[in-house]
Ligand binder design. Structure first.
Ligand SMILES: Cc1cc2nc3c(=O)[nH]c(=O)nc-3n(C[C@H](O)[C@H](O)[C@H](O)COP(=O)(O)OP(=O)(O)OC[C@H]3O[C@@H](n4cnc5c(N)ncnc54)[C@H](O)[C@@H]3O)c2cc1C
Length: 371
């Protein structure tokens, strides 16, 4: 496994639970890149994932989250704090409210538990929303996970299941024209029957890969910050115009996130912080008295068509698990299951749309939007 983000670690854990011998290599600290920087929202419907196949995969992953977290907790002894108690989307004018209500009716027709909230009901659920709020919706089965805790929990669960999680500053895959042979690390050559490129935003830079197997991944920067708020001041992950707010049970209230093509720049900028605070405080002026306790940035692994690259490649034994863009935390359980199946040669139709064979380098990243 190359890359110890949530994706690489989740696959490694799944494979180890199925009895495989697994090594995970990362040039940095495990679970510190995008997987640490994300907000941990598990909200494919609120997020409005447009592609139907991707939405189905996201929905499957959301269903798989509770048993996945139970297994990780049982193996590693750490609770990633999964909360599936609903995600709120608030509107501040009539046109936005009608759009939300229309979307909510479509979700109900698809049997996704969704409730339309008038202004009074919304304020009883989230009293901190400002006086201008018009109403909103809540998608009941969505929620969030503390992705930083999940990362630590997965490292611990992997180690308990015998996975070696190691650092290597230089990684070079060796393959012949038909199949992978192994990987060169700082400590020498390690033979491998299967190698998974789970390199996140850096997946296209992995050395030793033939061009037909290089995924066209682009980094999409996201800045976030945290406010110190009383626990339960904000009760649910909540979307407001231009930002979302995600409460943690340690008192941090996350405010996210900018979306920007800025190469591999991971600086927090004055403009990013300004945009996030402006959006949050416009919707809820009461947040203005809280301390800004943290700010950070991370790189989402974007793809030209917004879909991840998952599954086998033209080189036998070389697999891809990258390009999860805005939904890699959500997609960790389903990705782990599907990739472990693929490595065990049980490839169903589920991964077809995510194959490297579709390479779409020419198309523009049209699905990239704000927030
Ligand atoms: C601000 C922000 C908010 C987000 N919010 C959400 C959210 O609410 N919900 C959600 O589902 N998703 C969210 N995401 C997206 C999510 O974080 C990512 O899709 C996900 O973390 C990707 O996981 P990963 O394991 O593929 O990549 P990463 O976590 O980036 O891990 C990749 C790892 O690979 C390593 N690596 C790369 N190349 C090599 C190499 N050659 N050799 C050795 N190691 C290598 C890197 O060091 C890194 O540790 C957000 C992302 C950001 C930035």
């Amino acid at each position: 496994m190359i890359g110890a983000g949530l994706i690489g670690l989740a696959i490694a854990f799944e494979l180890a639970e199925r009895g495989a011998t697994v090594r995970v290599y990362d040039r940095g600290e495990p679970a510190r890149a995008a997987s640490w920087a994300g907000a941990g929202m598990l909200a494919p419907y609120t997020e409005r994932v447009a592609d139907e196949v991707l939405l189905d995969f996201c929905a499957a992953s959301l269903r798989e989250y509770p048993p996945f977290v139970d297994r990780v907790r049982a193996a590693g002894g750490m609770d990633p704090r999964l909360r599936l108690d609903g995600v709120v989307h608030a509107a501040f004018n009539q046109a936005d409210l009608e759009r939300l209500q229309h979307g909510a009716r479509e979700l109900v027709a698809r049997e996704v538990a969704t409730e339309i909230l008038d202004r009074a009901s919304l304020l009883s659920v989230e009293p901190w929303l400002g006086s201008q709020v018009a109403g909103g919706v809540i998608v009941s089965g969505e929620g969030c996970v503390d992705n930083r805790r999940l990362g630590r929990a997965l490292v611990s669960a992997c180690q308990t299941r015998g996975v070696l999680v190691e650092r290597s500053s230089a990684m070079h895959v060796e393959c012949n024209e038909r199949r992978v042979l192994g990987v060169h690390t700082d400590l020498g050559f390690v033979a491998a029957g299967a190698i998974v490129n789970a390199g996140g935003a850096w997946a296209s830079q992995l050395q030793g890969i033939p061009p037909s197997c290089v995924p066209p991944i682009v980094p999409i920067k996201g800045e976030m910050l945290a406010l110190g708020a009383p626990v339960d001041f904000v009760r649910h992950a909540t979307w407001v115009p231009g930002a979302y707010l995600v409460p943690r049970d340690d008192g941090r209230l996350l405010v996210g996130a900018t979306v920007e093509s800025a190469g591999f720049d991971e600086r927090v900028t004055a403009r990013g912080v300004h945009e996030l605070l402006h959006a949050a405080l416009s919707s809820a002026p009461s947040l203005g008295s809280f301390a800004v306790t943290e700010s950070w940035a991370g790189l989402r692994p974007g793809t030209p068509d917004g879909l991840p690259f998952l599954g086998p490649t033209p080189i036998a034994g070389l697999f891809l698990a990258c390009g999860h863009y805005r939904n890699g935390i959500l997609l960790a359980p389903a990705t782990a299951r599907a990739l472990a199946d693929a490595i065990e040669n049980k490839i169903g139709p589920e991964l077809q749309s995510f194959s490297i064979e579709r390479r779409t380098e020419e198309s523009s990243p049209s699905r990239i939007t704000r927030m």
